[in-house]
Design a protein around this ligand. Sequence first.
Ligand SMILES: [Zn+2]
Length: 255
Amino acid sequence: MRKAWPTCLPLILAAILVPAMLRSQWRTPWSYQGADGPDHWASLDPEYAACNGKEQSPIDIQSAQKADLPALRFEYHSGPLQYLINNGYTIRVNYHDAPGSGNFLTVDGKRYQLTQFHFHHPSEEYIHGKPSDMVAHLMHQAADGTVAGVAVLIRTGSANPTVERIWAHMPTAKSGEEQIPGVSVDPAGLLPRYLAYLTYRGSITAPPCTEGVTWFVLKTPVELSADEIRAFAALYPHDVRPIQPLNGRIVEESR
Ligand SMILES: [Zn+2]
């Protein structure tokens, strides 16, 4: 019995602390424009100092070096839409799966767990000087704390059934986490068929702008219908951080 404590105690603490952290994720409010907009994030709170860092996201990908990069292996599956939130900045689906359960991304032998996904309108990433209509950011974390972000660019086209299901329950006002009984969502429905990607080292694109994030920007976009895009834009017409300087970083492109 005594031996069980060192292994299960962190799980118990995480179960208590993680939901509390997500509810009040930002100690200091920030915004996408004005006096507490992106130019001022770093000075709003000492915890946001990284927003002035040298490896920030998003970027405009003007050129990339072709390289033999490892494939992205997604192990996503359908699960209950338990934690849908309008956090005042975006619509986000949170996952609180215990370590080792849930949805996974494996790259080069390293396994990351899906922690949340959310949307920006238009896309934060630029390719050759242009944004896409929207982007989905699927955020993952490895057991050692390393963060991997997958950016799925979105263009106007056919309706996306996964997004349709989420939007049907989208809280229109700022909300806490909402549990949506009887609704399941498969995050794989947000992925394109081809998983070729561009990759670089960057950051979380909102305060606290934490660096050390490996971004995988998928080269193939997915489609949302004009109505689906309009429904999100009605709530969040411009939840986008401006392009950040590359500062000598190299973007690599899978063959
Ligand atoms: Zn994002």
